[in-house]
Design a protein around this ligand. Structure first.
Ligand SMILES: Cc1cc2nc3c(=O)[nH]c(=O)nc-3n(C[C@H](O)[C@H](O)[C@H](O)COP(=O)(O)OP(=O)(O)OC[C@H]3O[C@@H](n4cnc5c(N)ncnc54)[C@H](O)[C@@H]3O)c2cc1C
Length: 390
């Protein structure tokens, strides 16, 4: 049976996240954006009320929420400020490969530490010459004694300046392309250097940095999954996290839609509220449809995963559609505000800048189309591949 109603617990979760976004995030979002300020106070509070690390299983002290429940939270927090949600949610991106590929001992150590205090972890896949083309990465991990020696630079790393842990993808067999990549859990130590903090167009409340590993020693127990199976692990992670990005895009679109709707009812031109001009009314209608369909695609992609099936196609559909829709809806919101939409005193120009990243990170909209085309032209079936546990 198809049923879109939420359980009482899910409604409570959504309300908790909405209240948090209204009271803790929205009042400071413009200032965080203007100053590109680090939202430590919000991180501390979100950790305290249970809005971080939502997918850490209960056996490691986490709430153990499923992907769908995570999406409910992600939409609300992103409605508050998607830059803040990117900061709060990055632990989920870093935790996924640990929970999929780590040994029981490593999962416990990592999970319990994240739950104990507001510590951060980063996911380090992208390099200056290896973005969409992951296999072009140059970071190397070389066997040394009981572990590995890691060398290389990762760029655009969310929370990189503040993270205590990094999940790092590196070449263990440089001649083997994507079949020569392995994933490691790495603790910050003196060999890990933050080279550059980016000054960004949007999501300015999130930290994005270049991180260099200089002869960083990694114990062999921190290899995630099997050696040379890191690419597959990364793709499994992105299947799990793209519904959350789609939920964030839905949150941005909803915020832009709500602002534009309110404004169109109040702004009078030619003697009537601009909402009564059909051209504006139809823009509002299209925005409403895009928000609605973005949420449906997001929920669908999450539920397929929660039911134990592979959601590669559904998560690419959701991420692509919700991201492109967020950009369109935010741009239309600026249009509905007219010249005021272009001015920083009004909320929609920030949403337009924030929306742009939705089409870029965790696979650009072009890469989602590549995935959709591949899965459509040569379907692989929906069974979930076994996690590459170490
Ligand atoms: C704010 C921010 C936060 C980020 N956070 C993280 C993070 O925490 N961890 C991490 O590892 N990475 C992170 N990233 C990196 C992000 O995932 C990459 O920027 C993204 O994957 C694109 O890679 P690229 O920037 O190198 O672009 P490129 O891969 O160089 O792409 C450039 C353009 O070419 C297009 N293109 C590339 N290949 C193809 C193709 N085969 N077919 C059609 N079009 C193609 C792309 O769609 C894009 O339009 C972040 C980026 C930003 C900006």
């Amino acid at each position: 049976m198809v049923d879109f109603s939420l359980t009482d617990e899910q409604q409570d979760l959504r309300e908790l996240a909405h209240d948090f976004a209204s009271k803790e995030i929205r009042p400071v979002a413009a200032q965080l954006d203007r100053d590109a300020a680090w939202p430590q106070a919000i991180i501390d509070k979100a950790h305290e009320v249970g809005l971080m690390n939502t997918h850490i299983p209960a056996r490691y002290g986490g709430p153990g929420l499923n992907c769908f429940e995570g999406c409910l939270i992600e939409e609300e927090l992103s409605w508050g400020c998607s830059g803040v949600q990117t900061t709060l949610g990055a632990n989920g991106l870093a935790s996924a490969p640990v929970m999929l590929g780590g040994s029981e001992e490593v999962k416990r150590e990592f999970g319990e530490q994240l739950m104990a205090s507001p510590r951060l972890a980063s996911f380090c896949l992208t390099e200056p010459d290896a973005g969409s083309d992951v296999a072009a990465m140059r970071t190397r991990a070389v066997r040394r004694g009981d572990g590995y020696l890691l060398n290389g630079s990762k760029c655009f790393i969310t929370n990189g300046s503040y993270a205590d842990w990094f999940v790092v993808y590196a070449k263990t067999d440089p001649e083997a392309g994507q079949r020569g990549i392995s994933a490691f859990l790495v603790r910050r130590d003196g060999s890990v250097v933050v080279d550059k903090k980016e000054d960004k167009m949007g999501q300015r409340a999130s930290n994005t940095a270049t991180i260099t590993f200089n002869d960083t020693e990694v114990d062999a127990r921190y290899l995630l999954g099997e050696e040379n199976k890191g690419f597959r692990l990364a793709m499994m992670v992105l299947d799990r996290t793209r519904p959350g990005v789609a939920a964030m895009a839905t949150g941005i679109a909803r915020a832009a839609f709500e602002h534009a709707t309110e404004y169109s009812k109040q702004r009078v031109q030619f003697g009537v509220p601009i909402a009564t001009h059909q051209a504006i009314g139809f823009m509002i209608a299209d925005m409403a449809t895009k928000v609605h369909l973005s949420r449906l695609a997001t929920w669908n992609s999450a539920v397929v995963l929660d039911q134990g099936a592979r959601n590669t196609l559904e998560s690419a559909h959701a991420k692509r559609f919700a991201a492109d829709s967020a950009m369109e809806v935010a741009t239309d919101a600026v249009q509905i505000y007219g010249g005021y939409g272009f001015i920083k005193d009004y909320p929609v120009e920030k949403l337009m800048r924030d929306a742009k990243i939705m089409q870029l990170y965790e696979g650009t909209s072009q890469i989602q189309r590549l995935v959709i085309a591949r899965e459509t032209l040569a379907p692989r079936g929906s069974e979930t591949p076994a996690a590459p546990t170490a």
